[in-house]
Design a protein. Structure first.
Length: 571
């Protein structure tokens, strides 16, 4: 992620615990019920729903009995005559309410039921207008008032108890999570916390080498899988398309090679640990890839404000920028520095939590370029202090990225191009200068550059002059970078539903409707040759060959007949 704000301010430091196979086995056994629930959902049976229905039925019967009891008490205690009560308790609010209510004030009537009198703790005289107190404490006062109000409004009391009975049985579902580590988990954690607050039970499958996914959490139960396959891909070059639209054969060859590498990594590096879990709980005939392809719902953390349009299935929901939130006040020292920038504003630079020291050479280039700007600079920097650092630059080891991007003095965000940082910049309408390094960062900046809201530089050929010119170009008020990013921000905020609300509502919709199979395509169930229509092409090819053979045989027969006819005429 680009900033440090996705993790809470009070979150403990990230550590990687050591796990043994026994720990993993125990965790699997404890969480077997989650996988069984997933299997039973596929069969259309859910014992949890049956128990929930039984609880609702029992509480409904109890509420109905309480309603009948209150009606009997009301008819026997207050049968058309009004009862005057003079309350001598110390609790003034209770006595005032009793005296104000016409249902409680009269000149006579039958005494309370003996059982009710013993509970309430006071005696009523039907010949005088006085009431003798048997218990003066506040507990008795509150109990008297509660029972009196219930007896006076039996219908309202029934509705209150019935609503409470229904709400108390609104239990949540069970969610099994296979998260991707890094910034993906920082996003997923927000969803899990909200799901937990709605009563859902969450189980997370995590790797023993996880960076951020803690084994112990108040929001979920974890299953740890031993995994250390980094040596398979260590040092390998990451091939990127850079969104080039060229159809040259060389470009297509690179795409095929890149796809083959990804398939190899999935089948031989990523899948084996998960396939072992899949074999144990779902059977050896279930492939982990087919299980993923048959997912009920896909939550994509981008949207078409940032991404290019594409056709999607009904069970694909785009929730880009769901982690966006309004900015909070900055710490005093940082706020003073921001205000001291005057009309020029502030440039914010943060390369995220995954990237450490940039190295002295690159740090010196960036520091020298910042020193040439009239703006102030807040730089989240790790490593030695650059010697060329200007007086306009503040170095910090941590900064509240979302809050500082939402500050009115912020004019530019210098980022490595993670999706989280880009969406925070879109949320607050701040232009971006990118220093992409790894993974999807280059593609992300190509998309933002196509929107006219960002520029990017190549860190391998970066120098002071080119970086300074690029910074001044984006900060130039005559340019359209600010206008473009603010337009994207308006589009992001102008949605029928907030992305986080959309994600939660769709997840609960899928739970309520047992997977919502009507939203899923059946193509993932097809064999590979049927998915690519190879069987159809084979049928067409066979029909074509048969037709060509018939034509060839027919032509040959006709030619032979003509030859025979010609010979017979000559003879």
């Amino acid at each position: 992620m680009d900033g440090c704000t996705s993790r809470g301010d009070n979150d403990p430091p990230v550590t990687v615990p050591t796990f043994t196979p026994d720990d993993f086995r125990v965790a699997q056994e404890e969480d077997a019920s989650v996988c069984k629930v997933m299997t039973s959902r596929r069969r259309g049976q859910n014992l949890h729903d049956k128990e929930k229905d039984n609880q609702q039925g029992v509480l409904f019967v109890l509420s109905a009995c309480l309603f009948v009891l209150l009606v009997v008490c009301w008819c026997s205690v207050f049968p058309g005559v009004l009862l005057q009560l003079r309350v001598s308790w110390r609790a003034a609010p209770a006595s005032c309410l009793l005296e104000r209510h016409p249902s409680f004030v009269s000149s006579g009537g039958p005494p309370l039921l003996p059982g009710l009198r013993s509970v309430v703790g006071y005696t009523v005289s039907t010949t005088t207008t006085t009431t003798t107190t048997a218990n003066n404490d506040n507990v008795c006062n509150s109990l008297c008032l509660f029972l009196a109000v219930m007896a006076s409004y039996p219908v309202l009391t029934f509705l209150v108890f019935f609503s409470a009975a229904l709400s108390s049985t609104c239990d949540g579902g069970k969610v099994l999570v296979y998260p991707v580590d890094g910034s993906h988990w920082l996003n997923m954690k927000i969803l899990l916390e909200l799901l937990h607050s709605r009563g859902h039970e969450i189980t997370v499958i995590r790797s023993s080498t996880s960076w951020y996914i803690s084994e112990v959490s108040p929001y979920y139960t974890s299953i740890t899988i031993a995994q250390d396959h980094s040596h398979h891909i260590k040092g390998q070059d990451f091939m990127t398309s850079f969104l080039k639209r060229s159809i040259e054969i060389r470009r297509r060859e690179e795409n095929v090679i890149s796809h083959i590498m990804l398939v190899y990594m999935h089948y031989f590096v990523v899948n084996p640990p998960y396939q072992a879990v899949c074999d144990k709980y779902f059977g050896a005939d279930v492939n982990v890839m087919s299980l993923m392809q048959g997912a009920d719902l896909w939550l994509i953390r981008t949207d078409f404000i940032f991404e290019f349009p594409r056709p999607t299935m009904p069970n694909v929901v785009y929730i880009g920028g769901f982690q966006g939130k309004p900015s909070k006040p900055l710490p005093a020292d940082l706020e003073d520095f921001m205000q001291s920038s005057g009309e020029h504003g502030v440039v914010v630079m943060s390369l995220g939590t995954l990237l450490g020291d940039l190295g002295p050479e690159l740090s010196e280039i960036i520091a020298s370029a910042f020193a040439n700007l009239p703006q102030k600079v807040v730089w989240r920097h790790i490593g030695e202090r650059p010697t060329s650092l200007g007086n306009n630059t503040m170095l910090v080891k941590w900064l509240p990225q979302n809050d500082i991007l939402g500050h009115p003095k912020t004019k530019l965000f210098m980022s490595r191009g993670g999706t989280n940082g880009i969406y925070e910049a879109i949320y607050h309408g701040v232009p971006i200068l990118g220093l992409p390094l790894i993974f999807d960062q280059i593609d992300n900046f190509v998309r933002m550059k196509a929107r006219g809201a960002a520029e990017m530089v190549d860190v391998t050929t970066l120098d002071v002059e080119s970086l300074t010119n690029t910074l001044k170009n984006i900060l130039d008020p005559t340019k359209a970078y600010k206008e473009k990013i603010q337009k994207l921000s308006q589009l992001h905020h102008d949605k029928p539903m907030k992305p986080i609300d959309s994600a939660l509502s769709w997840m609960e919709f899928v739970m309520r409707h047992k997977g919502a199979s009507h939203l899923r395509t059946e193509s993932y169930k097809l064999p590979w040759y049927a998915y690519h229509c190879l069987d159809v092409m084979a049928v067409f090819a066979a029909c074509g060959l048969i037709l060509m053979s018939l034509v060839w045989v027919s032509c040959r027969c006709v030619i032979r007949a003509l030859i025979r006819a010609t010979k017979s005429k000559k003879e």
